[in-house]
Design a protein around this ligand. Structure first.
Ligand code: ADP
Ligand code: GLC
Length: 513
């Protein structure tokens, strides 16, 4: 409790009945933010966006925040060597080299830095790509242990370790099963954020040997999951507090439909499970300053958005027509509901629209879209790959942005498109349901178009409703663009909620002692 000031006592009726908890407020927390992806260093999806922007927002609130991620081969930059040490993985030992980059940041007009640490292993991480290697279990066991082992060596004792997604789950477990017996680690509390419950890191039970924890963690109450060791479950069971990236998804994952076989556990821990909507970095995604787009714009000159539309039509070789351009930027995976488009592609493309897709992922979707382009070269254009600048040009140049997701924990695509005055058409699930209000249902507050059932016909009907307003009621469409440009989904609100959650986790820790 050294740095913490107890300013009151608050009742939490959640875990142990009839217990009062110390309510602690602390202006400066030490926070270690752990993620397998951090933008701008390595990114496959929204996790990297969040890990690249939330820690900055927390630093700006006055906290001492450090970020740690693996050093993949493709990351290069102005690294400082910090230290190295052995990491035991089962019966062998690998060397971890810690390197660091200080990212410039500002705190109340003063120059500050956000230190980002990289755990390097020549054996396990000096390869192409981020995930999908035969030994991913070893790689992320190494990462989890390296993160914990480096702390005394860099002289940083966190109040909170904030873990994200399956790659970091065992950190919560190792702390409770092993490290907390060492004085240095004994007061550290954990928050574990689920960005996507579908990816669980389930591996054979030999992972227990790699972790050097003993088979007693392989029980259904702990990290055993249908005979396997589950990285995700080890986080969910052992974290002090669990969060996910929207309130709606926090509820959804407690149901069988969205719970990915972990709904029972999540229901059991429901009083420790919170939903906090993601924000985005309003400086990185800013149509007024974005260097990747043809013409900068803001509310004051929003008509210039049109020039960005012309530019992407040209870039993608589509005719320069005034039909709405519908953009889609996404990982190509089952989660994203692309089958709703593919199943009724003829009806979709017979509408007065153009469709621009940027994505990479499953071969199945890549092949299907490649074939569709051959039949409709003037209606659809695709780029199969990963390209951040092109993504920004699509956000800026499209009139509408389509996200027909099967499930969507938060979704950043719809938030980024609003930032660029591009109107989302979404399936209302998870964070999409929380951020997009259907215009036909609520003309005063609507900021997009949404449909509830996971059905192609319902999606097409939502697209029709959007086209209708675009073509028949242009003044209303302009208002929608302005409303989108004025929306605020920056981190300010959500970062405060994380701060609250950290205090809550620490209060829990006090009681558990
Ligand atoms: P998810 O994390 O499930 O992939 P999100 O909507 O939360 O979905 O975030 C996706 C992020 O990744 C957005 O920043 C989006 O622009 C970006 N993105 C996805 N696919 C690509 C791509 N092919 N090229 C560039 N950026 C992409
Ligand atoms: C996940 C989810 C996405 C979310 C992102 C960042 O990848 O699929 O919905 O926005 O993480 O939290």
């Amino acid at each position: 409790m050294d740095r913490n000031i107890v300013i009151g006592i608050q009742w939490y009726g959640t875990k142990n009945d009839n217990c009062w908890r110390h309510y602690m407020k602390n202006k400066n927390l030490n926070i270690l933010y752990v993620s397998a992806e951090v933008s701008p260093f390595a990114k496959t999806g929204g996790l990297a966006d969040v890990a690249g922007s939330l820690p900055k927002a927390l630093l700006e609130m006055g906290h001492d925040v450090r970020v740690v991620m693996p050093k993949y081969r493709m990351i290069d930059g102005d690294f400082k060597y910090v230290t190295d040490f052995p990491v035991q993985i089962g019966d062998w030992t690998d060397t971890c080299i810690i390197r660091k980059i200080d990212l410039p940041a500002r705190v109340r007009d003063k120059k500050k830095v956000l230190p980002v640490y990289f755990t390097d292993s020549y054996k396990l991480f000096d390869r192409d790509g981020i995930y999908g290697h035969f030994d991913d279990a070893e790689r992320f066991v190494f990462f989890c242990k390296a993160v914990l082992n480096m702390l005394p060596l860099i002289n940083f004792k966190p109040d909170i370790i904030h873990c994200n997604d399956w790659h970091t789950g065992p950190i919560c477990m190792l702390l409770k099963e092993q490290y907390r017996f060492n004085e240095f680690y004994s007061k550290i509390n954990t928050v574990y954020t689920i960005h996507n419950l579908e990816y669980q890191g389930n591996y054979s039970s030999h992972v227990v040997n790699l972790l050097n924890v003993g088979y007693e963690v392989l029980t259904p109450e702990k990290a055993e999951f249908f005979g396997m060791f589950s990285f995700m479950k080890s986080g969910l069971v052992y974290a002090d507090i669990i969060s996910t990236v929207s309130e709606v998804y926090a509820k959804e994952i407690q149901t069988q439909q969205y719970g990915e076989r972990l709904d029972g556990l999540l229901r059991k821990r429901s009083s420790d499970l919170f939903g906090i909507l993601n924000g985005i970095n309003y400086e990185e995604f800013d149509p007024q300053t974005d260097k990747a787009i043809e013409k900068n714009y803001s509310v004051a000159n929003f008509q210039d958005k049109q020039l960005n539309k012309k530019a992407i039509q040209k870039e993608f070789g589509l005719p320069e027509e005034d039909h709405p351009v519908i953009g889609l930027v996404s990982r190509l995976s089952g989660q994203k509901g692309l089958n709703l488009i593919i199943d009724r592609i003829d009806e979709f493309l017979q509408k007065d629209i153009q469709f621009v897709l940027l994505g990479t992922g499953d071969d199945y979707y890549q092949d299907r879209f490649r074939r569709i382009v051959i039949n409709y070269p003037k209606k659809i254009a695709i780029h199969l790959g990963y390209n951040e600048q092109l993504a920004q040009r699509i956000y800026a140049g499209s009139d509408m942005f389509l996200m027909p997701s099967r499930f969507e924990p938060c979704g950043l695509g719809q938030i980024i498109s609003l930032r660029y005055g591009t109107i989302p058409i979404v399936r209302s699930t998870g964070g999409l349901a929380e951020t997009i209000i259907d215009y036909n249902d609520d003309i005063k507050n609507g900021n997009g178009f949404s449909f509830a059932n996971f059905s192609s016909l319902d999606m097409l009907a939502a697209v029709d409703r959007a086209i209708d307003i675009y073509s028949k009621r242009p003044d209303e469409w302009k208002k929608l663009i302005i409303r989108a440009l004025e929306t605020d989904f920056s981190w300010s609100r959500s970062a405060k909620k994380y701060e609250e959650l950290y205090f809550h986790a620490m209060n829990r820790g006090l009681v558990d002692e």
